[in-house]
Structure formats: C-alpha cells, structure tokens
Design a protein around this ligand. Structure first.
Ligand code: HEC
Length: 126
C-alpha cells in the first residue's frame, strides 16, 4: 500500500517538473548576436541623428520600421541594397523633407564586420 502511494507521488512530481520545464522555455527567440553588435554600432554612430521611436526626428528621420519602408523606397532596389546605399552614398536618395546632410565618411570608418552587423540590425527594424 505504501509503495503505491510513493509511485503516485513520484508520478505527480514528474508531471509537475515536466510542465514547469515546458513553461520556462522562452517565448521570444534569443536575439541574433550580429543584430546586437549592429545595435551597438548604431548607438555609437547613428543614434545622434536617428531615433528608433516612430515619428521622432532628431536631425535625420526616425528609423523605426525602416526595413519595411526600404523595400519600396527605390524601384529595383531590395531593402538591403537601399539600406547599404543609405549609409555608403546618402545623397543618392534623400528622404522628402530632409536635407542631404548625412555624413558620407561613416561607412569608411566602419570595419566590414561592423557594416554587416549594422545592416543586420537595420533589417530587423520591420
Ligand atoms: C549628421 C546626422 C546623421 C548621422 C550621424 C546619420 N544620419 Fe542617416 N540620415 C540623416 C538625414 C538628415 C537623413 C535624411 C536625408 C537623406 O535621405 O539623406 C538620413 C537618412 C537615413 C536613411 C534613410 C531613411 C529612410 O527612411 O529612407 C537611413 C537608412 C539612414 N539615414 C541610416 C543611417 C545610419 C545607419 C547611420 C549610422 C551609420 C546614420 N544614418 C547616421 C542624418 C544622419
């Protein structure tokens, strides 16, 4: 009789631990390390002029949702191409209502790795 009681208790413990283990699995995926690195580059180089909060102008336009907007900015350019050119040659496409004052030497100061990380970060701003 005692043994059966133990088995029931043990089974109960199993069920409870199995459930709580399932519940502790994070619901959001772990951030991509490249995106995190890109965010650091952004904070250091771009955040002086660009906010990530919608409709907030610092000197340049807010980059909230820029990955989605980038797809339709220039015909024939993918979002990635547009974002790359926005950093390499900001004068090619000037956002309406803004002056072409974005500095052009930013990209030259970035390592290839930082540039790739920055692009991964910008492309995550859907
Ligand atoms: C001196 C201020 C300044 C800095 C620093 C700056 N930008 Fe800009 N940026 C602007 C201005 C002003 C515009 C709008 C005019 C234009 O399109 O060039 C702009 C436009 C953009 C656009 C186009 C947005 C759109 O909606 O199409 C992107 C993307 C962008 N910047 C990314 C960056 C990134 C990434 C950095 C950092 C490497 C950066 N900018 C640094 C001022 C700045």
């Amino acid at each position: 009789m005692k043994n059966i009681f133990f088995v029931v208790v043990l089974l109960g413990v199993f069920v409870i631990t199995a459930c709580s283990a399932g519940a502790s699995v994070p619901s959001t995926p772990t951030p991509d390390p490249l995106v995190l690195q890109g965010q650091q580059v952004f904070n250091a180089r771009c955040a002086t002029c660009h906010a990530l909060v919608p409709d907030t102008i610092i000197i340049g336009p807010s980059l909230a949702g820029v990955a989605t907007r980038a797809e339709t900015r220039v015909e024939g350019q993918t979002a990635e191409e547009y974002l790359q050119l926005s950093v390499l040659r900001p004068g090619d496409y000037v956002v309406e209502g803004f002056n072409n004052i974005m500095i052009t030497n930013l990209a030259k100061e970035l390592t290839n790795e930082d540039m790739n990380a920055l692009m991964a970060f910008l492309l995550s701003l859907k």
